[in-house]
Design a protein around this ligand. Structure first.
Ligand SMILES: Cc1ncc(COP(=O)(O)O)c(C=O)c1O
Length: 380
């Protein structure tokens, strides 16, 4: 089956009980045993649940992995993956990852004895120089949030294999429709399903896809032991979203390209970050390793804080809100919103300036989106 068909058919569909074509929401905490010591395949919903299983199988197939796991949030997925490590282990991580990921590593996992080095992922020598005897994991996010930096996965996996590092990629921005990291040799894929996989801003969720029996067994153990799993209803919402992922991603990208080109030519705009633009430093790599450039566009405004505040107050079709990947267009200010948990010095070092605005370009009519940006940028 091809991607579009997998998105609609993967997992046990129709449902085995009555042939329901919409996956039933098994809203139950526990399952009656058939006999002493004999279940019907499920015993308790923290361990496994039939609705969650269809979602997990679907995401695993879309990513081309061995097994999938659905979590309460993207951060729950990430936290669970970090428990594959133990105190004393060292992690090399991209320096402009999602602010919540940075906070989890720096302000939580570090207290449990993990060590982190954050650096740009575009320089082979710098990455290799950061590797220490206790390095165990390479954590990547490409395109990164919010700067849309691109990591060359062939290079990253080559380094990791040479030094025996586990590779983890946050594939939230690209989704498996545009990027299939496992084909490049990545070991673990994580997602905030809150974003494009769900696509409608009506759920928070996360996912992990594994590539070996050993990782599968360990993630299943951790999910159950830590209780980080997703609820049946939330799984159903994500499943419903995934059915339209291919058509949504195509339109998100088409609208994002139009927005990026519009902003690029605007006198009030200092700089546009979008991997689809020829001027983007990662454009060639993105073109080679991705099927599309995605739906997020970031840009810097001329005119400092006042210009940024005015713009964010004036937008109407774009809502001023955190998150991304939904059908509705959203605009946000990373420095005070999604990346406020990163210290200012770190933000400045990596290039997340106070003038930066991130747009999640939705599926509204493109003329309405451009007109909205135009009126918000026009007034003094
Ligand atoms: C790239 C990326 N990864 C992970 C997360 C965390 O996901 P969640 O908000 O579902 O916990 C986010 C949230 O914005 C994100 O943008």
């Amino acid at each position: 089956m091809r991607f579009e068909t997998i998105a609609i058919h993967a997992g046990e569909r129709p449902d085995a009980a009555f042939g329901a074509v919409s996956v039933p929401i098994y809203q139950t905490s526990t399952f009656a045993f058939e006999d002493v010591g004999k279940t019907r395949g499920y015993d308790y919903s923290r361990t496994a649940n039939p609705t969650r299983k269809v979602l997990e199988d679907t995401i695993a197939r879309l990513e081309g992995g061995k097994a999938g796991f659905a979590f309460a949030t993207g951060m729950a997925a990430e936290t669970t993956v970090m428990h594959l490590l133990k105190a004393g282990d060292h992690v090399i991580c991209g320096d402009d990852v999602y602010g919540g990921t940075y906070r989890l590593f720096q302000n939580v996992m570090q207290d449990f004895g993990l060590e982190f080095t954050f650096l740009r992922m575009d320089n082979r020598q710098a990455i290799e120089e950061a590797i220490k005897p206790n390095s165990r994991m390479l954590w990547l996010e490409t395109p990164s949030n919010p700067l849309l930096n691109i990591t060359d996965l062939e290079m990253a996996v080559d380094i990791a294999k040479k030094h025996n590092l586990l590779t983890v990629i946050d594939n939230t921005f690209a989704t498996p429709y545009f990027l299939r990291p496992i084909e490049y040799g990545i070991d673990i894929v994580v997602h905030s399903t809150t974003k494009y996989l769900n696509g409608h801003c009506d759920v928070v969720g996360g996912a992990v896809v594994t590539t070996t029996d050993e990782l599968t067994e360990r993630v299943q153990f951790l999910l159950n032991a830590m209780g980080t799993c997703a609820s049946p209803f939330d799984c159903w919402l994500v499943l419903r979203g995934i059915e339209t992922l291919p058509v949504r991603m195509k339109q998100h990208e088409q609208n994002a390209i139009a927005v990026a080109n519009y902003l690029r030519g605007h006198s009030k705009v200092k700089r546009v970050f979008y991997p689809g633009l020829l001027s983007h430093p990662g454009h060639e790599i993105a073109r080679r390793q991705m099927k599309g450039f995605g739906g997020v566009v970031s840009f810097e405004l001329n005119g400092g804080t006042e210009a940024v505040t005015n713009f964010l107050r004036r937008i109407k079709v774009f809502f001023l809100a955190e998150s991304l990947g939904g059908v509705v267009s959203l605009a946000e200010h990373p420095a005070t919103m999604t990346h406020a948990s990163m210290p200012k010095e770190h933000r400045e070092k990596v290039g997340i300036t106070d003038d930066l605005i991130r747009l999640s370009v939705g599926l509204e009519n493109i003329d309405d989106l451009i007109e909205d940006l135009g009126q918000a940028l026009k007034r003094p």
